[in-house]
Design a protein around this ligand. Structure first.
Ligand code: FES
Length: 708
């Protein structure tokens, strides 16, 4: 239909209000209580317009556009009502705009600037209502509320929660909760819709929750932002909540080809950023990934990208998580790939650096088989050729052997031996050798007392492997105080249950001989430190406690103080920080056509970080080989999540659901996986704790007047 607004003829869609018609045609009419996703309430009176043939001004947001209508937003009577309405709003609004969290994005600020009202001219009647910062995640600054009611409508109409409402108080009407209870007591879902629709700085995210170095989207959904591969976590948790395992796994697989392995061993930094950390503990994001993956039936396979063959060949050197990920996506893009792996079996650190009680061979083998299966698809000849047991030391040379591009993803398989007294004694092992030997089925001897030096997860992998190999005692010593250790608290707790003793905040003085000249480990002398930090040159500085020496008898010592790449020194590629490969933003090394990804570039980080690098390398290599670099996947149809949450059930506020564990005494002498996957009921219950922070991003951000 067509109507005229401010002398301009505009086209309006069926059912549009006059305000919608004007804004959609780029004609600005002030408005505050209206929001694109909410039913118009018509309360603020800023959108007043005069309609030809009608007595007195009417709110444009509540007036339906009609064919042939003639509307003016600039008539004297409309302007008069608008100005009065604005003055009334401003009368109780604080003038310290620059101190407001919404400064610069505040819709009220935008409106009074458009109307030319100066804060200096406000008649300020103060409303001494204390800010409510007693709730997690959401702060309510009542003094900044303009009673537009958007939060009430969002909570009630959009989310179906109905916690917020208008309250009559001594200082007038304000938005609040019935009975002055906490948001939790009132049944809030902490979805943040009220924050999102509040036009001023009245309802805001708790100060400090959002990070300046993050995008708005990243701050709204920090779990997804933190995941190096940006797995759509809230989306797959919704499927888990419904028991739709297949769909949940498909969402994860759109970004990573190792969902079950990650569900077992991911460092899950996402959980550290989950907003439920402020509300009875983060979601078990990692375990829920496993819960879905173990129930997956593989229906998504039919939707895997399988582009026609390009005639190009790529070589991947190193079949760890980065290399296999890149190989898969390169094959999907139509390139033939040869994967060279120095070890007998594929998997890299997933296989040789992680004990079987955390990630069993069967799980890893299953996921690798799936990668090869979907990479090869229905082609007569496999797209991915695996050459295991073949060590490549000259990746550049592969370019002369008919490969058009090469990826070096050899990981960090060389352990670090600290240059300390006794470090070469018999009975001293390196973490990488120790773990690999155990995984290969010919473990190094630890039939005695074991001391592990190091405090990360790998140190605990060594300690707990030693327990399982029959060590009579296992101690762990590390420089960091326990709260600063990089191993996860779960890892330390589980190890302690298995008898591992921790000595935190100790410097390593010496590895001592059984008796002078024996050449065999007899103990380790460590010394308590009061402080440990890295100086400006990244050198470790320790402040020792005088008299704090302690000698612990030990028959074996395992260094678990880091690991680095093997073989890179002779590759003829530019190196950094010793043996690490230099790679640019496209992960291309100093030699054209040779790319590098994973720990060999980043240093030992995480499996998910290596997978993310494998993705980036595949994109860049595909572009290098003439493709478009698009490796995105759509393994299931996109379904928009329902914005309606409903009232929170009582269990919503409870802590994490814990899976079942095999008791410590039963797991001490075998490498069986001891953490059971969530049962279906447990997984659904845990997933239903998700706040679904991403729903906030479905809400429209209204444009400020200067954006019209
Ligand atoms: Fe129309 Fe508030 S926007 S009355």
């Amino acid at each position: 239909m067509r109507l005229t607004i401010n002398g301009q003829e505009v086209e309006a869609r069926e059912g549009a209000s006059v305000l919608d018609a004007a804004l959609e045609a780029g004609i600005f009419i002030p408005h505050l209580c209206s929001h694109p996703d909410l039913e118009a309430a018509g309360g603020c009176r800023l959108c007043m317009v005069e309609v030809e043939g009608q007595d007195g001004p009417v709110p444009a947001c509540r007036t339906q556009a009609r064919e042939g209508m003639v509307v003016s937003s600039t008539g004297e009577r409309a302007e008069h009502v608008r100005r009065m309405a604005m003055e009334l709003i401003l009368a109780t609004h604080p003038t310290d705009c620059t101190g407001c969290p919404k400064y610069g994005t505040c819709e009220l600020q935008s409106m009074y600037q458009y109307m030319g009202v100066s804060p200096q001219r406000w008649y300020v009647k103060s409303r001494p209502v204390a800010t409510d910062d007693s709730n997690p995640l959401i702060t309510h600054m009542f003094t900044r509320c303009i009673r537009c009611g958007r939060c009430v409508r969002a909570c009630r109409e959009v989310r179906g929660v109905g916690v917020l409402d208008y309250q009559r108080t001594e200082s007038g009407i304000r938005i609040g909760i019935d009975g002055s209870v906490s948001l939790e007591e009132a049944g809030c879902r902490f979805c943040g819709a009220c924050v999102e629709v509040c036009p001023t700085g009245s309802i805001v995210d708790v100060v400090g929750l959002n990070r300046d170095d993050r995008s708005r989207e990243g701050n709204v959904v920090p779990c997804r932002d933190t995941c190096p591969a940006h797995v759509d976590i809230p989306r797959y948790l919704r499927y888990v909540k419904e028991g739709e395992w297949e769909e949940a796994t498909a969402v994860v697989r759109e970004k990573v080809p190792f969902p079950e392995s990650l569900g077992c061993i991911c460092t899950h930094n996402c959980e550290g950023e989950c907003k439920r950390n402020h509300l009875s503990g983060p979601l078990s994001i990692c375990r829920l990934k496993r819960a879905a993956a173990v129930r997956d039936t593989g229906e998504w396979k039919s939707r895997v990208r399988h582009e026609p063959l390009t005639g190009k060949r790529a070589a991947v050197v190193g079949a760890g998580p980065a290399g296999l990920t890149a190989a898969l996506y390169l094959a999907e893009k139509g390139h033939k790939v040869t994967v060279f792996e120095a070890n007998e079996r594929l998997g890299g650190q997933l296989r040789y650096g992680i004990p079987a009680y955390r990630l069993p061979d069967a799980t890893l083998d299953g996921e690798i088989d799936t990668i090869l299966e979907i990479a090869n698809g229905s082609d007569d000849e496999p797209r991915v050729e695996v050459r295991a047991g073949e060590r490549v030391t000259d990746p550049v040379g592969l370019l002369d052997q008919g490969y058009d591009a090469v990826l070096v993803s050899v990981g960090t398989h060389a352990g670090t031996r600290l240059p300390m007294k006794g470090s070469e004694l018999e009975g001293v092992y390196l973490n990488t050798d120790f773990l690999k030997a155990a995984r290969e089925g010919h473990p190094l001897d630890v039939s005695g007392r074991v001391m592990v030096l190091g405090g990360g997860n790998v140190a605990y992998d060594c300690a707990r492997t030693a327990v399982r190999l029959g060590a009579t005692s296992v101690d762990v010593a590390c420089l960091e105080a326990e709260e600063k250790m990089t191993s996860t608290p779960e890892e330390r707790t589980e190890a302690a249950e298995e008898g591992v003793v921790l000595h935190d905040a100790y410097a390593f003085n010496s590895i001592d001989e059984t008796e002078e000249g024996s050449g065999r480990v007899g103990g380790v002398t460590i010394q308590k430190i009061s402080r440990f930090y890295f100086d400006e040159n990244h050198r470790a500085v320790t402040e020792l406690v005088e008299g704090g020496e302690l000698t612990i008898p030990a028959d074996y010592v395992i260094f678990a103080v880091g690991q680095k790449p093997e073989d890179t020194m002779g590759m003829g590629l530019e190196l950094t920080h010793g043996p690490y490969l230099v790679a640019d933003a496209n992960l291309q090394t100093s030699h054209e056509g040779v790319f590098a990804a994973g720990d060999v570039v980043t240093g030992t980080k995480s499996v998910i970080g290596a997978i993310a690098q494998g993705r980036t390398a595949a994109e860049a290599m595909d572009r290098y080989l003439g493709g478009d670099g698009d490796i995105t996947a759509e393994l299931l149809d996109y379904e928009k999540a329902s914005p309606r949450l409903g009232r929170a059930p009582e269990t919503f506020y409870e802590g994490r659901v814990e899976p079942e564990f095999v008791p410590a005494e039963q797991r001490e002498h075998n490498f069986e996986v001891f953490e059971c996957p969530f049962s279906e009921a447990e997984a659904k219950e845990e997933a239903s704790r998700c706040l679904q922070c991403d729903l906030r991003l479905q809400l429209t951000t209204p444009r400020l007047w200067n954006e019209y």
